[in-house]
Design a protein around this ligand. Structure first.
Ligand code: 5AD
Length: 462
């Protein structure tokens, strides 16, 4: 049976797409290889959001091709996803035999069969396909045959927002949503297989179903979906990413206070703290509107963790604009923020705007922003030392396989001495130490009757 190695770059959507491709190939009899060294097929699922991500994938592919050539091996090399969509045929010149775009993941298996049986020498498939948003559906069993505790569910594809810096509308196409019953059925199957936490995924999840489901009792299509998924018995936690701040209407904010499975974590990508830059970015909100959303969320859910994405060095960003971003971070006190250096993307409006900044300025501002973010986040982590938090145990720690890890509802990773019997459990942990974006602690033993111990009173605030 052919061995296939799949490597993923970029966002959780891409992770999910890769999982669906892997499940599709496994069902066709392929074996999933842990690395590229002996694989017959190497697929890189790519990201185009920044140039660095594209360069990484291109570099990796040429390194793999070089090593294989020296060893006299001829694996089928392929690019999938966003960069495959935007570069298409051009990737064949660099040695790829398979190029599959973002609406064709479900065709990877049949294309590979054609290549491996010699029916084709190379295939480029980047066309649009109606209904492809519903094709990302199959899941893999957990690693090592263990049941997965958490799962991603892709609810929509594409983006209509057209932020001026962003390549995604070109690589992922216009918004297309799945149906609510189809998504709920997938969630139910996952929960039946032991999954306890679901993350709903889309480029802008909050725009889910806008054209398909009219607002009902003041509730948007996305909130209708959340409510339907929330009903699934056995599901314990519900997350979603990534939303757009404009999607946090009164109905969604209210849902955070009402639906117990909806976790206390909201990701709100702000991108900049300067109204002038937000306008140039075509974000559709102001700094004041953004701050008011955070305030409303904290009113319904005081302990809610707020995370964000920020772009540093957008064309024309002045020192003053940048300082407004830093001051916004201090005002909000983000629990975590992902800071990105602005990267010119082809055919985006921002790429031809005046005032493109030199790399050195972007680097310097990025470093200053990171220092602020880290200072704020580490303070929040340090505050948790000594408290008791509830985690959902996911499995062996990714950093240290001898330990186990889980996450709080606020999405903080907690590492503890555990074993397989803890997998999938909700566990109370006394936090002993805070590292960089990680907490370390010991399980709190509760009595046989499971009466909460005094330490647990802090739980609802964690
Ligand atoms: N340059 C830098 N960062 C970008 N992002 C999107 N496009 C660009 C770009 N051209 C960032 C945004 C987005 C995250 C996924 O990637 O912050 O929220």
């Amino acid at each position: 049976m052919p061995q296939v190695f799949i490597k993923t770059y970029g966002c959780q959507m891409n992770e999910r797409d890769s999982e669906a491709v892997a499940a599709q190939l496994a069902a066709r009899g392929y074996t999933l290889a842990p690395d590229e060294t002996s694989a017959d097929v190497v697929l890189l699922n790519t990201c185009s959001v920044r140039d660095l991500a594209e360069q990484k994938a291109l570099g990796k592919m040429s390194a793999i091709a070089g090593v294989a050539r020296k060893q006299g091996r001829h694996p089928v090399l392929g690019f999938l996803g966003c960069m495959a969509q935007s570069r298409g045929e051009e990737l064949v010149q660099s040695g790829a035999r398979l190029v599959v775009g973002t609406q064709k993941f479900h065709r990877v298996g049949e294309h590979l069969d054609s290549l491996l049986h010699g029916r084709e020498t190379h295939i480029v498939d980047t066309a649009e396909e109606a209904g492809s948003q519903a094709a990302i559906r199959e899941h893999l069993p957990g690693p090592g045959g263990q049941r997965p505790v958490t799962a991603f569910v892709s609810i929509m594809q594409g983006c209509n927002q057209h932020c001026t810096f962003c390549i995604v509308p070109a690589t992922r196409g216009l918004e297309r949503s799945r149906t609510i019953p189809d998504i709920v059925a997938e969630v139910r199957e996952l929960v039946d297989r032991g999954v306890r936490e679901i993350t709903l995924l889309g480029q802008i999840v909050t725009s889910f179903g806008k054209r398909d489901y009219p607002v009902k009792d003041g509730r948007s299509a996305f909130v209708q979906l959340i409510e339907a998924v929330h009903e699934v018995e056995g599901l314990q936690r519900l997350r979603f990413t990534s939303p757009h701040p404009k999607g946090y209407g009164a109905d969604l904010i209210e849902a955070f206070g009402r639906l117990p499975k909806l976790v206390e974590h909201a990701h709100l990508p702000v991108q900049s703290g300067s109204n002038r830059i937000l306008k140039e970015m075509h974000r559709g909100y102001t700094r004041e509107r953004f701050l008011s959303l955070i305030e409303q969320l904290r009113q319904v859910q005081p302990g809610i963790a707020i995370t964000t994405d920020i772009i540093v060095g957008f064309p024309g960003e002045t020192e003053e604009d940048f300082e407004q971003t830093v001051s916004l971070c201090r005002e909000v006190e983000f629990d975590q923020a992902y800071a990105f250096k602005y990267s010119q993307r082809r055919d985006t409006p921002a790429a031809s705007m005046p005032g493109q900044l030199p790399e050195s300025v972007i680097e310097e501002r990025h470093a200053r922003l990171l220092a602020t973010i880290n200072e704020l986040a580490s303070r929040k982590y340090a505050e948790l030392v000594g408290s008791t938090v509830e985690i959902l145990v996911e499995g062996p720690s990714r950093r240290n396989a001898a330990r186990f890890e889980g996450r709080t509802r606020t999405n903080r990773i907690v590492i503890f001495e555990g074993d397989e019997r803890h997998r999938g459990e909700l566990l109370k942990i006394q936090v002993e130490r805070a590292g960089a974006f990680t907490l370390y602690g010991i399980p709190v033993l509760t009595g046989i009757d499971d009466e909460p111990t005094p330490a647990l009173t802090a739980l609802s605030h964690s």
